[in-house]
Design a binder for this molecule. Structure first.
Ligand SMILES: [Zn+2]
Length: 533
């Protein structure tokens, strides 16, 4: 007898091929048959008449590792059908940790509502710790360069030979533990201080394992092309595969006309030279960002607590108003309506509001509000998140429809009724995946449904070597989603963000039903998907 039989549905198999009517049979966590299956018997039968049945979605660029400690059930993302999240992106992970970085890392975890102990040091220990507690979605991991650098005690541009060796050891340990590779976040402290030579050296370790280099590159406005060139120099020298994280340009921040197209052509040329590199995009005009990333390096040079003290000084604030012209440069340009506070535990009333609104509620000018919120975060100052109005509809369309871009979300899973809800006041966390299907496919017709699903399943799974994932066919792991395409609804809005998306009725992870009739069953069948060797 079968474990699960899903019958009557319209199968979209993840290859991009047109849908076809079929039943799907599951046993021992695997798909064992796709076909008419007349007369088959199963312990559990799911009636999917009129519904789409497809492989579980694979988010190629997630930060759900930030919220995993308090949200192991991946409440908001599993309800959208996301069964695998590629995490550890943009240079951030919660491991490795050393005595140099324990305080920094603890402050970071507190921002994401985790108040338990830090009981791991190495990357492998972190994965086992998480594995022991269990999680609902599958996770594939990058080790974050910012955390590697912090654990090695490096700050500033010139890491010592001893620190470089420590970084190499941390990367090697993560690769041995099954990491896909290393991620960098070169607009953020401390990663932005790293030289190309440092990154080449670390990526050579990744290359020994035939791993991946994924990067939130150094700049995406005036210096986009140099940053893309640096990415490829690092990939070439390391002999790795690669992923250009959220390869986009922010609206009206100084990117030259045609700069994005030239960056994409650079990727196309590298591919024709034999490099296995792809890019990903995000779903909304809004995107998530780090509040502290506009601050100049000198302010952060002596650690977050000293930076927070410096931020209290009126004379320093005057200088900063001039010197914060980086990262989200529209802030420096005074476009305060484009930047919202994602959330700060100290300022729940301001969560989700833009800095014009915050300024008027607070009765101060926007810069003062910005600096006060950062300073009040103290040791956690580098963990406070913002949401920016970053892209035009036209730019989103060209990325989403581009054949070399898979569809990611670039935020973390959240929940509507736990501690994370205080700091996650934006639809990104609640409806990012659904937004591709409702807005870009159903409303705008940017992609055919089957093609969108391919870019959300087999394309990222194939690129990252996640064997047995991303395709609905015999022999694949039984990560399966059943959803009502016409009934998909984002629900979460800027005004009322705390609401789960609707329309996904069943989600199976490794053959176990995690979402049953739209409700989370509490099951935690997720696995760590180690790099294929
Ligand atoms: Zn990023």
């Amino acid at each position: 007898m079968l474990d699960v039989l899903i019958r009557g549905g319209r199968v979209i198999d993840g290859t991009g091929s047109p849908e076809f009517p079929a039943a799907v049979a599951i046993s021992d966590g695997q798909i064992v048959e796709v076909g008419s299956l007349r007369g088959a018997e199963a312990r559990r039968v799911i009636e999917a008449t009129g519904k789409i049945v497809c492989p579980g979605f694979v988010d190629p660029h997630s930060h759900s590792d930030w919220s995993l400690l308090v949200n192991p059930q991946a409440e908001s993302t599993i309800r959208q059908g996301v069964t695998t999240e590629v995490v550890g992106n943009c240079g951030w992970s919660y491991a490795p940790v050393s005595e140099h970085s324990a305080a920094f890392m603890t402050a970071r975890m507190r921002t994401f509502a985790y108040d338990g102990p830090l009981e791991w040091a190495t990357f492998g220990e972190h994965l086992s710790w998480l594995g022991d507690r269990g999680h609902s979605a599958n996770l594939a991991w990058f080790v974050g360069h910012n955390c590697v650098r912090a654990a090695a005690g490096a700050s500033g541009a010139n890491a010592t030979e001893e620190q470089l060796r420590a970084m190499e050891r941390h990367v090697r340990e993560a690769m041995d533990a099954g990491a896909l590779g290393m991620s960098t976040g070169l607009e953020f402290n401390p990663g932005r201080d790293a030289t190309t030579a440092e990154l080449v050296r670390l990526n050579k370790v990744v290359g020994e394992y035939d791993g991946y280099y994924t990067s939130h590159i150094r700049n995406r406005d005036q210096h986009l092309q140099e940053s893309v060139d640096e990415f490829f120099a690092i990939v070439r020298a390391g002999g790795t595969r690669g992923e250009l994280s959220h390869l986009n340009v922010r609206h009206n921040t100084g990117a030259a006309e045609g700069a994005w197209q030239r960056a994409v052509e650079t990727m196309e040329r590298a591919r024709s030279d034999g490099f296995d590199v792809l890019a990903d995009t995000t779903p909304f005009r809004d995107g998530v960002g780090q509040m502290a990333a506009i601050l100049p390096p000198w302010l952060l040079a002596d650690g977050p607590e000293i930076a927070a003290k410096r931020l209290r000084d009126p004379a320093t604030r005057e200088i900063l108003r001039e010197e914060c012209d980086r990262y989200w440069r529209f802030i420096h340009n005074g476009e305060w309506e484009r930047v919202r506070l994602q959330g700060s535990p100290l300022y729940p009333d301001f969560a989700g509001k833009n800095f014009r609104e915050i300024a008027s509620l607070w009765g101060q000018d926007p810069w003062s509000c910005y600096f006060d919120i950062l300073a009040d975060a103290g040791p956690a100052l580098e963990s406070v998140l913002t949401i920016g109005l970053l892209f035009t509809d036209e730019h989103l369309r060209e990325m989403i429809s581009h054949p070399l871009f898979s569809l990611g979300v670039d935020t973390f899973s959240s929940h509507v009724d736990g501690p994370l809800a205080e700091v996650t006041r934006h639809p990104l966390s609640y409806a990012g995946t659904t937004h591709y299907l409702t807005h870009h496919v159903r409303e705008l017709g940017t992609l055919r449904l089957e093609e969108a699903i391919r870019k959300m399943t087999s394309m990222p799974a194939g690129h990252f070597g996640l064997r047995d994932r991303g395709l609905l066919r015999v022999g694949s792991a039984a990560d399966v989603v059943v959803f009502d395409y016409e009934g998909l609804e984002e629900t979460s809005t800027l005004e009322r963000p705390l609401a789960y998306a609707k329309g996904v009725e069943y989600v199976l992870v490794n053959g176990v039903v995690v979402v049953d009739g739209g409700k989370h069953t509490g099951a935690r069948p997720g696995r760590h998907l180690a790099r294929a060797t």
